[in-house]
Design a protein around this ligand. Structure first.
Ligand code: MN
Length: 301
């Protein structure tokens, strides 16, 4: 868990994502993996699509709860309608970000906004909240435009954090940075900071880093100790670059919950199954998602 990110060395560890089903769609889950729980506070990376919508196959994730994290939703193609128990209802399109902070509990749905054909392609990232805010109130932000900066033949968008003069207005509760890199064919040098750990997920095309080709369906863990990284592309490519301070708390993840102990997760599970006030109500026509209990769960706590 937290102890695995011990090195201060620049390194490159490429791991294969796990294919799993979310709604009607297969997604590539790049994090967590068996060997790695976190990159900084980033604790979950799902890459969905590109996939084609049809009336039989639409992206509809019914109301479900979250705990102890932020969800970052970012699309390359398509549209998703977000609804949550704070009353938020927000369509997200490519180039926009939905950022939901769960605090001690929130519920949301991610729905097809009536689209019957077209493409869906995007990522959902989770940021583990630090103990200073994980018991705080829930919140939702929509960012219709985010700051960009140009590199020699690439464009970067800052979803979270600050790079150079570009600062995202998105809330962040730790030193996390999340970038989208749109890379034209050629060589690219991206400035990094030695004290942070980094990882990259390629979402289209292919990116050579340290003489290794990284393609969609993988996590490229870059370690710490780099002040820049050289990327080479033989075609137009897109990558998400994530940064953070190695997370210094051991997190426990179960279903959609990020906590520290089994008891915390059991209490959240019980609240959701009872439908008590903790996670509230989502104004969705979809039936709420229910799952079986964690292995350790005992009722009548
Ligand atoms: Mn969710």
């Amino acid at each position: 868990m937290a102890g695995e990110q011990g090195t201060n060395e620049a390194e490159l560890i490429v791991t294969e994502s796990r294919v799993t089903q979310v709604g009607e769609f297969n997604v590539r889950r790049a994090l967590p993996t068996r060997g790695r729980r976190t990159v900084g506070p980033w604790c979950f990376i799902d890459h969905m699509g590109p996939a084609t919508f049809s009336p039989e196959k639409s992206y509809d994730i019914a109301p479900h709860p979250h705990l102890g994290l932020q969800t970052v939703s970012w699309l390359f193609d398509g549209e998703i309608l977000h609804r949550d128990s704070l009353g938020s209802e927000q369509l997200i399109r490519p180039g926009q970000m939905n950022l939901m902070t769960s605090g001690e509990g929130i519920a949301h749905s991610e729905e097809n906004p009536g689209v019957t054909s077209g493409q869906l392609h995007g990522v959902q990232l989770w940021v583990a909240l630090p103990s200073s805010t994980r018991h705080g109130p829930s919140a939702f932000e929509h960012h219709g435009a985010l700051p960009k900066f140009d590199m020699s033949n690439a464009e970067a968008t800052v979803l979270v954090g600050t790079v150079g003069n570009a600062t995202s207005s998105a809330r962040r509760d730790s030193e996390a940075v999340g970038l989208e890199l749109k890379l034209k064919q050629g060589e690219h040098v991206v400035p990094l900071e030695k004290s942070f750990e980094y990882a990259m997920v390629v979402t289209s095309g292919g990116v050579v880093v340290d003489n290794t080709l990284v393609t969609p369906g993988h996590l490229a863990y870059l370690g710490r100790g780099r002040d820049e990284i050289r990327l080479t592309t033989s075609e137009e490519s897109v990558a998400m670059l994530l940064r953070g301070v190695p997370f210094d708390e051991t997190i426990m993840m179960w279903w959609n919950f990020v906590a520290r102990t089994q008891d915390e997760i059991s209490a959240a599970y019980e609240s959701w199954m009872k439908g008590d006030e903790r996670f509230g109500r989502v104004a969705s026509t979809l039936a709420r998602i229910e799952v079986g209990p964690p292995l350790w769960f005992r009722s009548n706590r």
